[in-house]
Design a binder for this molecule. Structure first.
Ligand SMILES: [Zn+2]
Length: 341
């Protein structure tokens, strides 16, 4: 089964009209959590289907649709980074912090059979590359050759959160299909239909990504966020005790909450509103008014710089302690903080 979401409607029209005009490569780009991979798959199904509906959606019952859902379609391929067997990379729980492997040149060369032979059906062939920003330089160049002289009947769908990382020559040969969340009220309505109780909070915490909002709402770890923030913001709990109370929390998860908290503390000073932790706006505003903005900004940068080691700290407990100690020092206006990067 393939599906699209309410916020895909405009992009769907753009993609369909590009394909109808004979485009052979689309770059589907937008922020994480907007189901771009589902969009690409639905578009592939649509292109390969022999009896699309009036909006261009795949019928779900023809031979091509069956092949696709069974994973046996001879005219379809997905190119992705090889599975990550590094367990440490998955521990953090903060998906954005996990460094993905690259797509190698052999994976692009491995498409030569699909690129060379005639399609099994008149509908042509579809190759999805996701995330396209994971292509390594050799793989990008190999793909570029096919984009420059596309074999007849083939459509490439490149999917990316960070299209700026693609080779400019690759980007320029793709028709752009941006995916945005233009209307957050629409996303809120949709989240409510999915049974989410506080969709606005979910959208704020996820930075406006509905699927991420659902992941947050259904992940029990996130139930600890308000408690952790209250201890820091309202109770100014001793950092060593904090590390004891939250010892089971993955350091990368705690760090991502601290980053958003310090972001909010800075943001509320500048823009008089909280961006992420909207359920604690009042508490965050009150604390922010008492803090030194320079020291606050410095601590926020410091947390961002810790990102690269948060998935593999030498000692998780000490890492948590250190993060909480630095928050506490910033709060108290401890001058020894000023030496930190
Ligand atoms: Zn079909």
């Amino acid at each position: 089964m393939t599906r699209t979401y309410p916020w895909h409607a405009e992009s769907w029209r753009i993609a369909q009209s590009a394909l109808a005009r004979g485009a052979h490569a689309l770059l589907i780009a937008g922020a994480p959590g907007l189901a771009k991979a589902d969009f690409a798959r639905a578009l592939a199904a649509s292109h390969l289907c022999v009896s699309r509906d009036t909006h261009g959606h795949a019928c779900g019952v023809c031979e091509s649709c069956h092949w696709l859902s069974a994973g046996t379609h001879p005219d379809f391929a997905v190119v992705e980074p090889p599975p990550d067997d590094d367990e440490g990379g998955r521990r953090g729980g903060a998906a954005s912090a996990v460094r993905k492997k690259a797509i190698g040149v052999d994976q692009i060369r491995g498409l030569s059979d699909l690129l060379g032979i005639t399609a099994h059906r008149d509908a042509g062939k579809v190759i999805i590359v996701q995330p396209a920003d994971a292509l390594n330089p050799a793989a990008s160049n190999a793909l570029l050759k096919s984009l420059e002289e596309p074999p007849p009947g083939i459509v490439f769908l490149l999917v990316s959160d960070r299209p700026a990382l693609l080779l400019a020559t690759v980007r320029s040969r793709c028709q752009s299909v941006p995916i945005h969340l233009r209307d957050s009220a629409m996303a809120s309505r949709w989240l409510k239909e999915q049974g989410m109780e506080r969709p606005e909070l979910g959208l704020a915490l996820s930075g406006g990504a509905p699927l991420e909002a659902i992941a947050i709402a259904t992940n029990p770890v996130w139930a600890r966020r308000p408690e952790l923030l209250r201890e820091l913001v309202v109770n100014a709990t001793d950092p060593i005790r904090m590390a004891e109370v939250f010892r089971d929390l993955a350091p990368a998860q705690a760090l991502s909450w601290l980053q958003k908290l310090t972001y909010d503390l800075v943001f509320v000073r500048l823009c008089s509103r909280v961006r992420y932790n909207v359920d604690l706006s009042g508490e965050i505003e009150r604390l922010a008014s008492r803090l030194d903005p320079i020291r606050l900004t410095r601590l926020h940068r410091r947390y961002v710089s810790l990102q690269r080691i948060a998935n593999h700290p030498l000692n998780a407990r000490l890492f948590l302690e250190q993060m909480f100690i630095e928050f506490s020092r910033m709060r108290e206006g401890d001058a020894s903080m000023d030496g930190t990067k």
